[in-house]
Design a protein around this ligand. Structure first.
Ligand code: ZN
Ligand code: ZN
Length: 333
């Protein structure tokens, strides 16, 4: 079954390259970029599969057992746009196009100096013959890095200015996962790919790891009454768990600036680093105050991008952007 799917995937990848991507590239005299284009198509196809799978699985859940029912879903549409840009390739392709030459340069430099980055398989030889176990270990390490990326995006003022867009949505749905400033997507892509390179994730496992992370992230944002059970809620980030991360008002007794429940896959990181809150209710979501103007929750895509950049500049150069800087992020979460 997996073999058939892989074959179909590779066939489609080749077909798209040959019939859709190659002709314009050759016409433009960019034949040297064919290999990169082939990899880009892989990201595109994986994104189509991932978002299609998440939609078919999660949208019925939202319709069946919604946490909140809204008179209209207009505010949700911008998140759908974010998701399509993110998963159907525009954002990942841009990230990929910007990062691929950088990583190729680093790779070339390391080879030139005879430095071979250590592979996890060298440290734990048992992983060499157990690809599934290796996949799980890579997932664990990447998730640990994702926890810290997310936590830093709340702690650092300039990063929070961008990340606040993700939190400004009051109508959280499965699509909200992709509601991120493009600059934050670029930073996040760089972070994920660098860590993967650093721990030696084989190229064949990279997309698979990305798919698992993205699917759990869609699930964590779903507008549905879902319980993973007492044990399940401790093992995997559930919609209830992540909802507290997006809560409009801080959980009782948690009056500190940087919030709770930063984990992406495994709640254990929050438990270890003292940032966990396991409330049973399903709180309303959104941002009360923060670096963005109050209307940001209803803004369109380009306006959000612009407002995020303004807040970002105000956080980096407070004096030169005093007009925007007065919006103190005392409610930052
Ligand atoms: Zn956050
Ligand atoms: Zn979120």
């Amino acid at each position: 079954m997996i073999d058939t799917l892989t074959e179909a995937f590779v066939f489609l990848q080749g077909w798209l390259l040959e019939h859709v991507v190659q002709p314009p590239l050759l016409a433009l005299g960019m034949g040297s970029h064919l290999e990169m284009a082939f990899d880009g198509i892989q990201f595109f196809l994986a994104g189509v599969l991932q978002i299609g799978f998440a939609y078919l699985l999660l949208r019925p859940l939202e319709a069946w057992r919604p946490v909140e029912v809204w008179p209209d879903r207009r505010a949700v549409r911008v998140d759908v746009l974010y998701s399509l840009l993110d998963r159907l390739g525009i954002v990942p392709l841009a990230v990929f196009a910007l990062l691929a030459p950088l990583f190729a340069f680093i790779d070339g430099w390391l080879r030139l100096h005879d430095i071979i980055p250590p592979q996890l398989e060298d440290l734990i030889p048992a992983l060499d013959t157990r690809p599934l176990l290796a996949f799980l270990v890579y997932l664990l390490l990447l998730d640990f890095a994702e926890y810290w990326r997310h936590r830093l995006s709340h702690i650092l003022r300039w990063w929070w200015a961008l990340h606040a867009i993700h939190h400004s949505q009051r109508r959280m749905t499965l699509w909200t996962d992709s509601r991120n400033h493009l600059l934050e997507d670029l930073i996040g892509g760089f972070w994920f790919a660098s860590i993967a390179l650093l721990i030696g994730v084989p190229p064949g496992q990279f997309i698979g790891l990305l798919l698992v992370v993205k699917t759990v992230e869609n699930l964590a944002h779903v507008n549905a009454r879902l319980s993973f059970g007492r044990l399940g809620e401790r093992l995997l980030v559930s919609p209830r768990y992540h909802r507290w991360h997006h809560a409009l008002h801080l959980p009782p007794g948690r009056q500190y600036r940087h919030g709770c429940n930063f984990a992406v896959l495994l709640p254990v990181w929050d438990q270890l680093f003292g940032t966990q809150y396991r409330g049973q209710e399903l709180p309303p979501c959104g941002l009360a105050g923060g670096p963005l103007p109050p209307e940001a929750e209803r803004s369109g895509f380009w306006r959000q991008q612009w407002e995020g950049l303004q807040a970002f500049a105000a956080a980096l150069w407070p004096r030169s952007s005093a007009a925007v800087g007065h919006r103190e992020d005392s409610h930052a979460r």
